[in-house]
Design a protein around this ligand. Structure first.
Ligand code: ADP
Ligand code: MG
Length: 577
């Protein structure tokens, strides 16, 4: 392998004089401590490398040794349950030493790239995507190390490849798939405002911008606990160590609500806090998405939570500055946008090389300085995501959680999910009046319209006084408040309400929709507004999230009857007077 001599070093960047050929993106080992680095520029007389470890003490003249391979990580079953740095070196515990291997192919079988040749523990063993050939040897069942050769393949050109349960993959290259698939099912988050109003599909991408303290980390952590992905990759990227400490201390103790087993068994945590080398933070986002693709390729649904892409972009900016590149908007390099595009492009629902369905859903927080969404990272991310969950300082200050702003947020995935929700609503216990065909989209539209009108009417009410508004508009304000309080508000720390299944969400949505329809009709038929706003059932509606637990459809049925009864009784007294 080639060698170069360090000429100059500045923070995470160095220049060296090559004594042999180097390639762009080649991984290098630097100096006596063999610091990990990556070549980011080559010219005849000079190479430039990023250093992924603390370069303190590095001196001119020290050796830079090429590896002949691009910067990559070792993928394998030992990733699950562990905590790694941005380049997938273990931070806690060691990767399990051995896994029970069960062969899934036999001598003579022809295997192509991405094919499954056995099981290791609870994971599939995959032929690396670019290899393939005839099985000439396969290991007997038993415990093996992650890097032990389990299978020998003879390729068409006669070359023999040794395959183990894990394999190396360059982080910046998307892993190949057979086909990208359209997605018509949601990543169920358990948060009503997201699933109900701003959904993201399996294989979709959502950005969560929000100023300091608006709840980005709490939201991503609750999604890690509650969403319906099979595997969670949690990337703590550049946040202060103490914020990451919450994740690191809490996750190992969490139970998986689906299985009752430790959540860590299906979680990989990648931590790159602000006190760790800045260049490794830049790489961590690619490591994380590569890990996510690796589990996707086993036919699993993977959710990647990245907290936060702003800190990643800051690392990009710092390294770019050290490289002497021309700063663009906000000091970020001009390629910020294309790097974000490359990252979000890796979200997908796919048919894997072995013919199964898997997905990677990307959920990433953004921490815009002073909460200004027009800054570059937010505005560029917005071009590439389809779901945008804007966290609002005012809502957070009022302790209204999740502080997702219903007017600044949106989802372009909602139209893909109409039929999925039709099935959920269709399975609810029947009710008297025939529900609309697409009940979810109708209710969703109704709720969004109310919330939109609320803002306009509140502005007017501030000028003329609320009592000067016509009763119809006052009712709109009242109903919007019900949507906010009874539906959107949901505490992550409530034992009952931290999670809302699609069934419970649908029952609540239908109930609120029915209340609003009856209220509007009653007002139109002459019922005084005060009569509606003083109905006893309102308190129960406001509290149903806390009081009616999962798996209690009877609770909602009883409340629905009460809504009908109280409107009927109120109607009779109004007509009787
Ligand atoms: P950020 O990551 O945006 O800086 P955090 O996620 O750390 O903000 O949230 C700050 C605080 O707000 C939390 O410590 C918690 O007290 C409160 N909080 C945030 N989200 C919720 C929620 N969904 N339910 C209840 N409290 C929340
Ligand atoms: Mg945070």
């Amino acid at each position: 392998m080639s060698v170069a001599r360090v000429l100059w070093a500045s923070g995470p960047v160095l220049k060296a004089r090559p004594e042999g050929p180097f390639q762009m993106r080649e991984a290098v080992a630097i100096g006596r401590r063999s610091l990990l680095g990556e070549v980011v520029a080559v010219s005849g007389a000079e190479i430039t490398a990023q250093v992924y470890e603390d370069p303190t003490g590095l001196k001119p003249g020290e050796e830079v040794r090429g590896s002949g391979a691009p910067l990559g990580i070792r993928l394998g079953p030992g990733l699950l349950g562990n905590i790694f740095d941005g380049l997938l070196r273990p931070l806690s515990g060691a990767r399990a030493a051995r896994f029970d291997f069960a062969p899934g192919a036999k001598k003579g079988d022809a295997l192509s790239g991405g094919a499954v040749f056995g099981r290791a523990g609870a994971q599939d063993c995959l032929v690396p995507p670019h290899l393939g050939g005839e099985v000439i040897e396969i290991a007997a069942p038993g415990p093996y190390a992650e890097d032990a050769t389990l299978c020998r393949l003879r390729a068409q050109d006669g070359a023999v490849h040794e395959v183990s349960m894990g394999h190396f993959w360059p982080v910046r290259a998307p892993r190949p798939v057979a086909e990208r698939l359209p997605s018509d099912e949601p990543l169920v988050t358990g948060q009503r405002i997201l699933d109900g109003l701003f959904p993201v599909v399996l294989g979709g991408k959502a950005a969560i911008p929000g100023g300091f303290g608006t709840g980005k980390t709490v939201l991503l952590e609750s999604l890690a606990k509650s969403c319906n992905a099979d595997v969670i990759v949690y990337l703590g990227c550049g946040e202060r160590g103490n914020e990451m400490a919450g994740v690191l201390s809490e996750f190992p103790g969490l139970r998986d609500p689906r299985t009752g087993r430790p959540l860590m068994e299906r979680t990989v945590i990648i931590a790159n806090t602000s006190n760790m080398p800045v260049a490794a933070r830049e790489a961590s986002i690619y490591s994380a998405v590569t890990v996510a693709e690796y589990f996707r390729d086993q036919g699993l649904h993977v959710a990647l939570m990245a907290d936060s892409t702003s800190r990643w972009a800051e690392a990009l900016r710092e390294v770019s500055g050290r490289l002497g590149e021309l700063p663009g908007e906000g000091g970020y390099p001009a390629y910020l946008s294309s790097r974000l595009a490359d990252f979000y492009e890796r979200a997908a629902k796919v048919r894997t090389l072995s013919g199964r369905t898997g997905s990677v859903t990307l959920l990433s927080s953004i921490s815009p300085p002073s909460g200004d969404f027009s800054e570059p990272v937010t505005s560029h991310s917005k071009r590439f995501v389809r779901s945008f969950w804007a966290l609002d300082q005012k809502r957070a200050q009022a302790r209204f959680y999740p502080a997702v702003h219903p007017l600044q947020s949106y989802s372009e995935d909602a139209s893909e999910l109409v039929e999925w929700w039709d099935r959920v609503f269709g399975a609810l216990p029947a009710r008297g009046a025939a529900p609309p065909v697409h009940e979810w989209s109708e209710l969703r539209r109704k709720f969004l319209t109310l919330l939109d009108e609320q803002v306009r009417l509140e502005r007017m009410a501030r000028i003329v006084g609320k009592d000067a508004l016509p009763a119809r508009q006052q009712l709109t304000l009242f109903c919007a408040e019900i949507v906010n309080e009874a539906f959107l508000r949901q505490s992550a720390f409530s034992d009952v309400d931290w999670y809302a299944s699609p069934q419970r969400l649908a029952a609540m949505m239908r109930l609120i929709g029915r209340f609003i329809a009856l209220a509007e009709r009653s007002l139109a038929q002459g019922m005084p507004l005060e009569r509606i706003t003083s109905l006893g059932v309102l308190r129960a509606l406001q509290r149903m999230g806390e009081e009616i637990a999962e798996g209690d459809p009877g609770g909602f049925a009883a409340l629905a009857r009460r809504v009908e009864d109280e409107f009927r009784a109120a109607g009779e007294t109004v007509r009787g007077s």
